[in-house]
Design a protein. Structure first.
Length: 66
């Protein structure tokens, strides 16, 4: 699978709300902050790191579901 965004970029990105680490979801694609339960969309390879643009993370969609 092609990289949605580079690992280097992912490492420097932080949640604009809590300044914490974000996690890549390659399926959407999007970046997820589990602390804030927010999903930041990636549009044309550019993560939209804006609280106003973020959507709430729904736990029921978690594919691991353990
Ligand atoms: Zn956060």
């Amino acid at each position: 699978m092609a990289e949605v965004i580079s690992r280097e970029l992912l490492e420097i990105l932080a949640c604009p709300k809590c300044k914490g680490e974000v996690e890549l979801d390659e399926k959407r694609p999007a970046l997820i902050c589990r602390r804030c339960m927010l999903v930041y969309e990636i549009r044309d390879g550019i993560p939209v790191m804006l609280i106003d643009e973020a959507t709430p993370l729904e736990e029921t969609q978690d594919p691991d579901g353990k």
